[in-house]
Each structure stands twice: as C-alpha cells, then as structure tokens.
Design a protein around this ligand. Structure first.
Ligand code: ADP
Ligand code: NA
Length: 345
C-alpha cells in the first residue's frame, strides 16, 4: 500500500552527569519537541546508554547514580513514559546480541575510518588535540562502539534518528551495516535509518568561547547545569568572557563571547539571535548578562525543581525504568526472532 510507513524514532544519551545547557539545547530539548509534535502513529524511543559509558573508565558508584539521575532528568524536562519509551539500554540484552552479530558483518577497515573514538578519547583526557591522544588507552569497546550504536538503532528497526552533525558518520555506518545485513541475508529486514535534522544550537564555553560547553572542561564556571541555582547561574553568567567593544552586535568571529551570550539568550527565549542582538544594540554587556541570567533561569527553573522532586521518588523511577525496558524488549524481540532465523541461530 501507499500508506506511509510509521516512523520509529530513536535517540540516546550517555548517563554522564547532570546535563548542561549545551546538552539541553543540542539534544534534550529537541527530544521534548519531537514528543510534542509526534503523530499518534510515531513510536518514540529514548534510551540512556550505560553500555556506551563503559567505553571510558567509570567510577561504578558514580555511574550507578548518574544512570538514575539521567532518567530523572529525562522526566524532569518533560519526556513522558505515556508518550515515549524511556529506558536503560543495558536493560535490554537484545542490543548487545545484535551488536555481536553486526560486529561479525562489519569490515574492520570501515570501523578504522571512524574518527569519533579519537575525539572521545581526547575529550575524556582533556587533551587539546586528537594527536595528543595515547592510542594505548583505546580499548576494544571504544573502537567498536559505533557498531553497538548501529545495533541500538536497528534492533528497533528505527527509521529516524535525531542526532547532531558530529554523529553523521556513525549514522552512515549504521546505514551501511543495515545494507550489508540485508544483502547478506537477502531480506529487507532493516530500514535504512535517516538523520532527523533538528535545529543544532551549539552552545559554547562561558570561559573559552573557542570551544563548546562541555561537562569535561576543568573550569566548572564554564558551563551551566540544569541543577544550578539562580545564584550559581548569576555568578557564571557574570563571569562569562566577553570583549571591550562598545554596544552589542552578533559577530561570532570577532566577538565570540558576546555572540555566545546572545545565542544562549535566543535559545532560551526561542527567538532569532539577530532579533535579540537588535534589542541590545545600544546596551552594555552588563545589561545583556542580566537578560541572559533571567532567560536561563526561566529555562532551568522547571527542570531543576522537577528533578529535585522526582529524584527522591526512587520507587517511581524504578517503575518507569522497568516498564520502559519491557516495552523496548518486546519490540526488539520481534526483530531478533527474524535476525536469529536469518543468520541460522
Ligand atoms: P559533553 O560534550 O558535555 O561531553 P556529550 O558529548 O555527552 O556532551 O553530548 C551529549 C549530547 O549533547 C550530544 O547530542 C551532543 O551533540 C550534545 N552537546 C554536547 N555539548 C553541546 C554543546 N556545547 N552545544 C550543543 N550540543 C551539545
Ligand atoms: Na564530552
């Protein structure tokens, strides 16, 4: 029939600490928007990818807490277990089962051409440059995690994946692997997942606007967390690097710090950045910063208060995780029954 195939949308986030404004505007707020705009036919899956977190060294206690924190944040920002399947990746063994099968189908050379593992390693070491990265720190998991990512997507036969440009290469690999599987077993089991382009709002460090806002930067004043109090937000924005040029203009090249503050304000108020710049044209940096403080607090307040409330409800969080995992496993099992049969297991 010509009926459009229903969309299956999947996205994941690592359980690595309290999300910052970059995570919020670069990924999480898009998830909420997707959920709001989804049609009744769409299937939405949002997963906390604990297995991916293990590709870098983790303190087990910290990781265990971070997993539950992230679940609470997903609910606090407005994702709903009634509308989306929200679950821990590691609650569904079908991901690793499929990943193994895909490992055995993926040419080694294809994987070697992936560049993101180097960036991830550099980032985790706070290296300035990928060439500073010591390859002896590369474990096999970090090398093959793009295949686990392909499995995360394909196990639900996802059709759409909302990811930033930094993940385009991985999504291409997922499509390649889907095609290899389909060709090898002469079956069209896996749809080729498409990148769902969501507005990419890149938020920069408040202290060094030549780099993005990141959880791993040593200066904690460089990022705003979704748990920050009004006083913390005020102090961080006041301390943000700007410039000594009079008046406010949006010029990311010549005035990256000022441009970043304008971009943050625009993201918070959902305005065009040039409109915000126009509004502040004859004002001073102090006025702009005051505006940014208010706008950021306006965005952070809801998630912060909801997180504080919901994080204490351990029983409820466990129930959400269990129910999410059951739904995810049921969907994945449908795929895996076909996969096992096709490969001869
Ligand atoms: P971090 O850089 O803090 O380690 P991750 O690499 O875990 O963050 O990214 C989690 C998600 O948040 C990804 O989708 C990523 O593209 C997005 N993201 C991270 N930092 C930013 C940023 N500064 N601006 C926009 N999006 C970001
Ligand atoms: Na990072």
């Amino acid at each position: 029939s010509n009926a459009p195939r229903k969309r299956v949308i999947l996205s994941g986030i690592q359980p690595t600490g309290v999300p910052h404004l970059g995570n919020y505007f670069g990924a999480l707020s898009n998830w909420v928007k997707l959920q709001r705009e989804a049609s009744a036919d769409d299937e939405l899956l949002f997963t906390i990818v604990g297995w991916h977190a293990l590709t870098l060294p983790q303190d087990p206690k910290v990781l265990a807490t971070a997993r539950t924190d992230m679940l609470a944040f997903l609910l606090a920002i407005g994702l709903s277990p009634q509308k989306s399947i929200i679950f821990h990746q590691d609650h569904n063994p079908c991901h690793t089962e499929l990943a193994w099968i895909l490992n055995c189908l993926t040419p080694f050379g294809k994987l070697k051409r992936m560049t993101t593992w180097k960036a991830r390693l550099a980032d985790s070491r706070n290296a300035n440059d990928e060439s500073e990265v010591d390859e002896s720190l590369l474990n096999a998991g970090l090398f093959t995690y793009p295949i686990l990512q392909a499995a995360d997507i394909l196990v639900y036969r996802a059709t759409h994946v909302p990811v930033g440009d930094d993940q385009t290469q991985h999504l291409e690999l997922s499509r390649d692997i889907a095609q290899i599987f389909n060709q090898t077993f002469k079956n069209r089991l896996f749809p080729l997942p498409q990148q769902l382009n969501t507005p990419t709002k890149r938020i920069l460090s408040l202290k060094d606007p030549s780099s993005k806002m990141s959880k791993s930067a040593p200066d904690t004043q460089s990022r705003i967390l979704l748990t920050d109090t009004p006083a913390q937000i005020r102090a961080k924005i006041r301390g943000a690097v700007t410039d000594s040029i009079q008046g406010i203009t949006y010029d990311p090249v010549a005035r990256p710090g000022t441009a970043n503050l304008l971009a943050i304000l625009a993201a918070c108020t959902n305005e065009d950045v040039t409109a915000v710049a126009e509004r502040y044209r004859d004002k001073r940096h102090g006025d702009l910063k005051a505006g940014v403080v208010d706008a950021v607090e306006g965005v952070v307040r809801g998630p912060r208060e909801e997180f504080e409330r919901i994080r204490k409800e351990e029983g409820y969080l466990a129930l959400v995780a269990t129910e999410g995992a059951e739904k995810a496993r049921a969907l994945a099992e449908v795929t895996m029954r076909d996969v096992r049969k096709l490969v001869g297991l």
